[in-house]
Design a protein around this ligand. Structure first.
Ligand code: HEM
Length: 388
């Protein structure tokens, strides 16, 4: 038995150079310091992405992307397909958790200044992944073809329509015509199950490759203070910790999906009066709420609404360019202005989300995440923060 295993190992090694991979992996280490728990956020986002791929493939086996059948096929999944309700609920919960962790991961790498050279491309591919994740959310929202999804997509694409110069083209491109119809649904399905996954796999491969090439960064503050512990071996120590986190995440995800199954609502009726409680996914809420404050009217042929839309576009572009704009962190190892802008942006996003929902829940979620990070950091300092 052992001889057979050794022979198979040797055969595979000759073809796949496994020992070379093992050699490289054996040398991979992770810096140990008090911000170390933040290194798990990227991996957590990856975990939820993998759950999305697996549950999405299962949903595709029964889902039908047409105005006549979409709602009924989701109803069939939830009532008749064995465990269909659970798979759909996991897909929906995991989508939200993936976006949440992508945001949290971005915030942490931003405040730890992990975008410093040579990690500019890691940051840029990360931004693209966040935009792709939001695209997944926007396109997936319409797929059950229920009232809320239909009217939210109508409003969302209307907003895209008020972008100056290209708005009209953008609206038709998104909707596949003048109005939100079955044609829009097929189009969104194409984006959701083919175009976005293909792009995400490509960009994600780049992101993870850059992380491997450069290793994990050490925050400038920790570098200055020289308060690092002995680096931890990635295999098996960090990988096992990561796996432990993923197991916990699976437990939380399963509990949420089973205890709070995702609702389906009523079938979309394009001729019904506009749904009264139209709201987008929570991660678009801060923009939606900001646009609600803009009065109707236009200036020099440009609608007032177009101005904040353009500003959001500019903010997105500035976000991508952060590694090239923040020169202070390169020269002096600190950039308090960028930290302050980051805090202000975070406060604005959380406050407007809370306002949009008329609830303090978003504030509690962010505070709870902060407290969890703090507890994990204190634990890490005790467990591995000494210089021995
Ligand atoms: C689907 C979304 C994403 C996935 C699956 C992902 C995955 C990962 C993983 C596994 C790591 C290594 C562990 C870690 O440092 O947490 C990482 C590192 C990194 N990610 Fe992401 N990421 C995503 C989105 C983002 C976003 C939105 C940004 C920022 C715009 C970003 C920027 C970075 C940077 C700068 C690093 C290097 C961190 C360091 O060296 O300390 N990522 N990512």
């Amino acid at each position: 038995m052992n001889a057979a295993r050794a022979r198979i190992g040797h055969w595979l090694d000759e073809r796949l150079s496994l020992s070379a991979v093992r050699e490289v992996a054996g040398h991979k280490t992770v810096p140990v310091h008090r911000y170390m728990p933040l290194y798990y956020f990227g991996g957590m986002t990856l975990f939820f992405f993998l759950v999305q791929v697996m549950t999405g493939i299962l949903l595709m086996l029964y889902y039908r992307p047409s105005a006549e059948e979409a709602f009924e096929s989701v109803e069939f999944i939830m009532t008749t397909v064995p465990f269909g309700w659970l798979v759909r609920s996991i897909h929906s919960w995991s989508a939200n958790l993936m976006v949440f962790f992508a945001f949290a991961h971005m915030a942490t790498v931003y405040f730890l200044k992990a975008y410093r050279p040579p990690r500019e491309l890691t940051w840029i591919t990360g931004c693209l992944l966040l935009f792709l994740a939001m695209g997944f959310g926007f396109s997936g929202y319409l797929l059950p073809w229920n009232q809320l999804a239909f009217f939210a997509t109508k409003v969302g694409t209307d907003i895209a329509g008020s972008v100056p110069f290209i708005g009209e083209w953008l609206l038709r491109f998104l909707r596949g015509g003048e109005r939100v119809t079955g044609g829009t649904l097929s189009r969104f399905y194409g984006w959701h199950v083919a175009i976005l996954p293909a792009l995400t796999v490509l960009v994600l491969a780049g992101h993870l490759l850059f992380v491997q090439l450069h290793g994990m960064s050490v925050p400038p503050k920790v570098e200055r203070e020289g308060r690092q512990g002995r680096p931890m071996k990635f295999f098996p120590h960090f990988a096992l910790r990561e796996l432990f986190g993923w197991t916990l995440a699976l437990g939380v995800l399963a509990a949420l999906a089973a205890l709070f199954p995702w609702e389906l609502g009523e079938k979309a009726d394009p001729f019904a009066p506009a749904y009264k409680d139209i709201r987008p996914e929570w991660y678009f809420m801060f923009m939606f709420q900001s646009l609600k404050l803009v009065p109707g009217g236009e200036i020099a042929g440009i609608e007032y609404e177009a101005i904040p839309i353009l500003l959001f576009g500019v903010a997105g572009l500035l976000l991508v360019l952060v590694p090239f704009l923040d020169r202070g962190v390169v020269r002096r190892g600190r950039s308090p202005v960028f930290t302050a802008v980051g805090i202000a942006a975070l406060v604005y996003m959380v406050a407007f989300t809370a306002w949009g929902y008329d609830s303090l829940l978003p504030v509690w979620v962010v505070l709870a995440t902060g407290v969890l990070i703090l507890i994990l950091s204190l634990g890490t300092r005790r467990a591995g923060g000494d210089k021995s």
